[in-house]
Ligand binder design. Structure first.
Ligand SMILES: [Zn+2]
Ligand SMILES: [Zn+2]
Length: 275
């Protein structure tokens, strides 16, 4: 049974947080302290995304303790709807405060960067607000800061809503850490890559060769016909969720003994699944 990407790639897993703030905007840690905290906690790469300010890690440390990618969080607006656009690997500001979100996305992609939409739930974005955008790689589906601050950190419903309506974008877990309270180390992505450098990590993220997590590790996902198998670290449940109302099907461990694998049949009319 064939493994799906990125589990079929020969390479290694790299842990990264693509949304964090420093004293360059409203964070408590300096860029040097933030880089060190992430390096000390098993992260391989970091996007420092200060509000409307491009933080170049090399200005603060010529030899960062982990791969740190120049990035920014742009405050955009369309009519009365506010968007925060996370722009990864840019060497200039891709949009001024109040610009249209598509402008920030397009400028980021023309700089060969990666753009995704931050915290849809925190901004109360509708499906239409998200569906109107193009050329971004995804949306945040978990944001630690928004979760701890106002209980609007989970945006899985947004992801399913737009996937179901045909917009194929990736879901990213991030911290959006400001370090004023324990908003760090709770959501991240695991990227699969052959090589470890800025270009290869960025390309792997663009390709979707990553998964998002708040802790569990996923070791393998296979698809054979309409049978999905999953192997993971011990978990309470393994859900395979899709676009048919009587999904999800799930393997559960209600008796308390964690499960590490599941084999689940997709619904005959199911068009996508997420795990
Ligand atoms: Zn934000
Ligand atoms: Zn933020």
């Amino acid at each position: 049974m064939p493994s799906l990407l990125p589990f079929s790639i020969h390479g290694s897993w790299y842990k990264g947080n693509l949304h964090t703030h420093t004293t360059q905007s409203d964070g408590k840690l300096t860029p040097v302290e933030s880089m060190q905290w992430h390096a000390d906690h098993g992260y391989h790469f970091l996007g420092i995304t200060d509000h409307n300010r491009l933080t170049n890690p090399f200005e603060f440390n010529e030899n960062p303790p982990l791969l740190t990618i120049p990035s920014i969080e742009v405050s955009a607006k369309r009519g009365t709807v506010e968007y925060h656009v996370i722009c990864i690997d840019v060497d200039r500001i891709p949009g001024q405060v109040g610009c249209d979100p598509q402008e920030a996305i397009d400028n980021t992609t023309s700089l060969d960067g990666i753009a995704f939409i931050a915290h849809p739930y925190w901004h109360d974005l509708s499906f239409d607000d998200l569906l109107s955008l193009r050329h971004h790689i995804g949306i945040e589906i978990f944001n630690t800061g928004c979760w701890l601050e106002i209980q609007k950190g989970h945006s899985l419903v947004h992801w399913d809503g737009i996937l179901r309506r045909g917009q194929k974008v990736f879901g990213l877990a991030v911290d959006d850490s400001h370090f004023a309270y324990p908003d760090h180390g709770k959501g991240w992505i695991m990227v699969r890559s052959n090589h470890f450098n800025r270009m290869s990590i960025k390309q792997a993220i663009k390709n979707g060769w990553f998964y998002s997590t708040m802790g569990p590790e996923i070791f393998d996902v296979k698809l054979d016909g309409r049978t999905v198998t999953v192997e993971c670290s011990p978990a309470r449940s393994i859900f395979v969720v899709g676009d048919i109302y009587n999904c999800p099907k799930a393997a559960q461990a209600w008796d308390g003994k964690p499960i590490t694998a599941a084999e689940i049949e997709l619904h005959p009319r199911q068009k996508y699944f997420r795990i």
